[in-house]
Design a protein around this ligand. Structure first.
Ligand code: SF4
Ligand code: SF4
Length: 208
């Protein structure tokens, strides 16, 4: 296994894969975790549906194709290995810009945002500065893939961020409603993260 600097996103990705390989089956035997994962996944879907419904996805798609913007380098630093592990448990692969050694190719399967990308050729809000067909560049978030964000479960900044363009183009009441729905997603993520952290205590930290 290649060594990465502790605290770097590559190190956290490697840790997440290590945890999944060694403890994933233990975690998934826990009924509480299975139920919380399902609940989180449903809440994430609700957020995406609302974003599509009120026009956030369309607005971000247009923006991304025009000039790109939000998912800049450094954003990945707010992610830790537990949140990355949750994404693995949700079936996502964490392929990276610089290396795919710990991961497999990202396959689009589930989220409505991804379906929108495939079916309509539009980008998700998380595809923000990723124009179709362009390669990664060092100015982008490490977790931004070819077809948008690699993650299903995201940090609050990635779920809740709405720029001035969005505020100018979509009614305030709709955005407030969206943020209520996104709040459910973030609450369920927080609960799951805390529960998994508790379960992981007592297991030796992998020396990667
Ligand atoms: S949030 Fe704003 S800046 Fe970011 S992609 Fe959407 S429209 Fe563009
Ligand atoms: S939405 Fe995804 S790609 Fe964009 S900044 Fe957040 S983690 Fe990075």
């Amino acid at each position: 296994m290649v060594k990465h600097n502790k605290g770097s996103i590559k190190h956290k990705v490697a840790l997440a894969y290590h945890l999944q390989a060694n403890l994933g089956h233990v975690l998934l035997q826990d009924k509480e975790i299975r139920e919380q994962l399902l609940h989180l996944d449903e809440n994430i879907e609700s957020t995406w549906k609302e974003m599509v419904s009120i026009g956030v996805v369309r607005e971000c798609s247009d923006c991304a194709l025009e000039d790109g913007s939000c998912c800049g380098a450094g954003m990945e630093n707010s992610y830790d290995e537990v949140l990355l592990l949750i994404n693995l448990l949700l079936g996502r692969a964490l392929c990276s810009q610089a290396s795919v050694e710990e991961s497999s190719r990202y396959v689009i399967t589930r989220s409505i945002s991804d379906k929108a990308i495939l079916e309509d050729g539009i980008a998700s809000p998380s595809a923000r500065n990723h124009k179709k067909g362009e390669a990664h560049d060092s100015t982008s978030c490490y977790l931004l893939g070819e077809n948008g964000c690699l993650l299903r479960a995201r940090e609050v900044i990635c779920v809740n961020y709405l720029c001035g363009r969005i505020y100018r183009s979509i009614e305030k009441e709709k955005l407030i409603h969206l943020q209520r729905i996104a709040g459910n997603e973030l609450n369920s993520l927080f609960m799951l993260e805390e529960y998994i952290k508790k379960r992981l205590r007592g297991y030796p930290t992998p020396g990667l």
